[in-house]
Ligand binder design. Sequence first.
Ligand SMILES: Nc1ncnc2c1ncn2[C@@H]1O[C@H](COP(=O)(O)OP(=O)(O)O)[C@@H](O)[C@H]1O
Ligand SMILES: [Mg+2]
Length: 306
Amino acid sequence: MWRIISDELGNTECSGHVNPSEVHAERRSHGVDSIHPEDRAPTHPMLEVTSLGKRFPRLDVPVLRDINLSVPSGGFVTVIGPSGCGKTTLLRIVGGLEGATKGKITVDGEPSLGPARNKTMVFQHFNLFPWRTALSNIVYGLELQGVSEDERTDRARHYLDLMGLNRFADHYPSELSGGMQQRVGIARALVVEPQLLLMDEPFGALDALTRERLQTELQRICAHAEVAVLFVTHSIDEAIYLSDDVLVMGTRPGRIVKSISIELPRPRWTYDVRADPRFAEIRTQLWAELEVELREGTEDLPGAIE
Ligand SMILES: Nc1ncnc2c1ncn2[C@@H]1O[C@H](COP(=O)(O)OP(=O)(O)O)[C@@H](O)[C@H]1O
Ligand SMILES: [Mg+2]
């Protein structure tokens, strides 16, 4: 399913069959000429969420109401919204960790309500097993799948390499920085080659520099891999930098109030995208949408949106 090709950092691997978006992925990976969004190869929806609703018994309003969204294969969609608006609940439902009250979820065209091998989650807190080394944490999902030891190690080493962690394979989480631990967490999610990657504020606990570095690494990985990403953040800049589409959620009930396409060329790590005037325009537009929701939200403190 994945086709990983060499990049300018020298990370090289090639595996799996060639898929329809391969040419596009390859063009993105070489990244000298930027690619206009309209120039992208056609893709099929990997995730589709239709009329999703969720009510918790003790809350007077639904946590989620009539959520509709779609993430194409190879696409990156971010949900942004005030704290308490239901972002984590949405991701947990899509990941199969929580039940929906109503609605439909399909992954690669198949109904997908429970946990499944083709979707993995990365949370804000690293959730690594403290008694396992970095390598051993990464292979965990492959062990569950019954993958042979040799293949497990090969695949884990590839992702360790991609994350710049090969010297730390035998280190325990307590011996790794927060940024390294989160990279192990991302590698652990990617090594099982999911079709859908669900990320809930994965960089929220990191310092600003590490966060920016991991944003770029994630973008590089997504440029090489046919994975659909549904990402949650409360950082407007992170949302713009990473996404094809940003969905703004409102609160009480949690619902999508706006969808904004990020028409900025990719790859975005090759130029100072944040200095692009269009970046500032989108930022202003997103702020305007979010300000309305923040005024109406009740759980928000200053800093709930960066
Ligand atoms: N298991 C639960 N039972 C009852 N209420 C919940 C539960 N999980 C979340 N909530 C409530 O649902 C709302 C949305 O929570 P959450 O999805 O965590 O928001 P966000 O991730 O946007 O900050 C909050 O009001 C929260 O208190
Ligand atoms: Mg949350």
